[in-house]
Design a binder for this molecule. Sequence first.
Ligand SMILES: *[C@@H]1O[C@H](CO)[C@@H](O)[C@H](O)[C@H]1NC(C)=O
Ligand SMILES: *[C@@H]1O[C@H](CO)[C@@H](O)[C@H](O)[C@H]1NC(C)=O
Ligand SMILES: *[C@@H]1O[C@H](CO)[C@@H](O)[C@H](O)[C@H]1NC(C)=O
Ligand SMILES: *[C@@H]1O[C@H](CO)[C@@H](O)[C@H](O)[C@H]1NC(C)=O
Length: 318
Amino acid sequence: MHRAAFLIPIAALAQLASAGLYPGITPDNHTCALVNPVLSCSCNAKPDKVADTCCTETYGGLLVATQFWNTFTGLESKGQIYPKDSWTIHGLWPGRQLPLISRQYDPKPAPNTTDGTPHGTPVPPYKGESIDKWFQPYGKLDLLAYMNKFWVSQYDPNWVFWAHEFSKHATCYSTFQTECYGPKAAEHADLFEFFETVITFQRRLPTFKWLSHADIKPSNKTGYTLSDVQQALTKGFSLVPFLGCSGPKYNETAAGKGTLDNGRTVLSEVWYYYHVHGRPQSAHGKKLAANAAGGSLTTCAKAKGAVWYYERAKGSEQ
Ligand SMILES: *[C@@H]1O[C@H](CO)[C@@H](O)[C@H](O)[C@H]1NC(C)=O
Ligand SMILES: *[C@@H]1O[C@H](CO)[C@@H](O)[C@H](O)[C@H]1NC(C)=O
Ligand SMILES: *[C@@H]1O[C@H](CO)[C@@H](O)[C@H](O)[C@H]1NC(C)=O
Ligand SMILES: *[C@@H]1O[C@H](CO)[C@@H](O)[C@H](O)[C@H]1NC(C)=O
């Protein structure tokens, strides 16, 4: 969704690729502590300038930390519910998409080809065990518990959503390539580190709190005005994030009938933009306004009181 603008042609890159998806990746030489952190998307992060693509996010590097607000999971009966007073994690996307099939754990890959077109390489559905079984043997039950609380899926079990995010997005980072972890890395080191990185960013982005401070609280009685929501989050983040709305278009609702405002009316997503110094794993980000990165600011309606920030359903939060 809304991702087309980030895509860059990759046919030429594919020919250069050596060990992994990206050129310049060898089994060693990834002591990133020895390298001055390079800012992603800067001149020095260009492929011909980068000494080690494991240490500098190359070929992408516009990071988007994304969160959801939903009112029900659809799996409440299985105990899958949202954390009270908190938005939930969607993911941490790099600025390009070229997923790697060798780390494809998504039972329902979408898109189902590597480049999202019918001509791309098909992405086979994952048929293995649920990836939440992988945490315990590596001593990562605390990570699993955190993810089950704050990275909650709608309709699918949580692990399916995590697997989707990992396979579609994490495998596209140059710095999360398995080769970057050296020849003797533990299995899934890249996966756990990706999940931990997502959480590091997420923990700095308390959307719910930022909104409450401006008295913007979930309500099924009062609509909010987009500019107020933007202002509250800009105060918290210091730059304006992207706000995504779903639901009916304002001018298809009774309240907006006859107007030209065709923005949607149900607040459901926020995207915070960054470039990063060095590896995303270090979480040394440089914030960007959503529109500075070339993206749009919102899909929400702009009319006064047109945006609904709904209360969660009874029994859908803990
Ligand atoms: C990479 O590592 C090898 C030894 O493993 C060393 O000889 C070489 O100088 C290193 N290259 C760079 C660019 O650091
Ligand atoms: C991908 O999905 C489309 C639409 O659902 C379907 O028509 C197509 O056959 C699928 N392609 C592969 C490679 O599975
Ligand atoms: C809603 O707004 C759009 C864009 O301004 C306009 O093209 C469309 O005709 C409107 N629809 C209705 C039902 O008023
Ligand atoms: C509030 O409205 C949303 C959207 O219609 C609904 O899903 C939710 O159950 C409602 N919450 C309460 C507490 O009524």
